[in-house]
Design a protein around this ligand. Structure first.
Ligand code: NAG
Length: 215
């Protein structure tokens, strides 16, 4: 009985490991052939003989992103799209710039855990646990502090300082994906029916119409 339980535990562990992040590579590398004709999970591999150092290279994270927008922040991504050598490796990185009081609005990465470190300035961060608790876990970070956002959970950041803030975040997927909550719900194309959003958010119809016009 104990060994059967143990076997079951191992099985569940291996299943959760498989589901927890991108698949493990089966070769040294598989540089994305972004023009590949075969449709699969990720990209097909460029001929290894044609691979060069630049396939594993990206330059530009020393540059500040443009934060002149409604939320006052900018994410500069380095995922498989910008760095084809990331294909099959289950990892990526971003730079995030925040103007004073700028926010990175509530969003989720369907395929990645995110570990963020503040390079300059200060940052209020938070995430919300799943139902039914929906507990808010939040903290103020200073330069050099590190915080992790568990995979799939809704999270956000706000520059609470008086100067600019810069953060670098690594994510456990070559293609983490981003779902910005407000944009997905009030800015979908075509619109989600207004009466669905009225009931879901317990809002007046005019407020829903207004929000749909904003996003
Ligand atoms: C930043 O973005 C704003 C709004 O799109 C634009 O007007 C401005 O020229 C940009 N600044 C730079 C330095 O690119």
């Amino acid at each position: 009985m104990a060994s059967r339980l143990c076997l079951f535990g191992l099985l569940m562990l291996s299943i959760s490991l498989v589901l927890a992040s991108d698949q493990s590579p089966l070769q040294d590398f598989c540089v994305a052939d972004t023009k590949g004709q075969v449709s699969l999970n990720g990209f097909t591999c460029k001929d290894p003989k044609l691979v060069e150092a630049n396939d594993f290279f990206f330059s530009g994270l020393h540059l500040a992103g443009n934060t002149s927008n409604a939320v006052g922040s900018r994410v500069t991504p380095v995922t498989v799209t910008q760095l084809p050598g990331l294909n099959t490796l289950g990892i990526s990185i971003v730079r995030i710039d925040y103007a004073p009081w700028g926010i990175n609005p509530p969003h989720t990465h369907p395929r990645a855990t995110e570990i963020l470190t503040v390079i300059d300035g200060s940052l209020e961060v938070g995430f919300v646990t799943s139902n039914p608790e929906n507990r808010l876990i939040t903290k103020v970070l200073q330069k050099g502090d590190v915080f992790v956002f568990p995979v799939g959970l809704i999270h956000f950041q706000r520059n609470g300082g008086y100067g600019n803030t810069v953060a670098i975040a690594a994510l456990s997927s070559q293609n983490p994906g981003v779902i910005t909550i407000a944009n997905a719900l009030f800015g979908s194309k075509p619109d989600i029916a207004g009466d669905i959003l009225v009931k879901a958010f317990q809002l007046d119809k005019n407020v829903v119409t207004y929000l749909q016009s904003k996003f």
